[in-house]
Design a protein around this ligand. Sequence first.
Ligand code: SAM
Length: 201
Amino acid sequence: MVVAGFSDACERNKGVILDVLKSACSDCQSVLEIGSCTGQHVVYFARSLPTIHWQPADTAQYLPGLQARLQTEAPNNVAAAVELDVRMTPWPVGRYDGVFSANTLHYMGADCVEAFFRGVGAALRPGGVLVVYGPFRYDNQFTSDSNARFDKFLREGDPVRGIRDFEWVNQLAATQQLTLVRDVTMPANNQTLVWSKATEP
Ligand SMILES: C[S@@+](CC[C@H](N)C(=O)[O-])C[C@H]1O[C@@H](n2cnc3c(N)ncnc32)[C@H](O)[C@@H]1O
């Protein structure tokens, strides 16, 4: 039997992320989550925002644990999880009013971050929103000493990982007609970035 994974951080941050999602996704009928992992976020957000249809997704290694949580805890407005590596072309999903992802961009290589934005650009409908939660650097500076230590820890584990520069990520977003509309400073030295996709191509 596969046991669902569990993240203490998800339990700590899900409430504050929900506060941002409530306004950012107020016009969304469907949201795709990239890197759903343990499924704690998608289950909590789907229960809290029941009018939105949620599509969880993750790479093959996390699917069994994700499916285990969804089978026992997911409300009806959560679809079955799909296997999605951001490097897939095209992404094996439909089109959505929103895309959400937490703590993913620093856990993947730069090529994957670029693929993430290309995929989001294709998956988002005109006028849709992208919401990304996690740590970022601004003007080549970490926002805290603990984030600098976290970045070192990430790179020691895998040199391709690391906390991303906000300016670079925002440039990638711009290539997909995504305009930053909110940058919310969150607890524990994290940000929630919200982009809106142009209504016209
Ligand atoms: C630290 S976990 C974060 C999980 C969860 N979103 C959270 O906030 O706890 C990093 C996530 O990034 C995902 N990820 C890393 N590389 C990826 C890739 N190439 N394509 C899709 N997801 C990827 C992992 O599968 C994992 O779910």
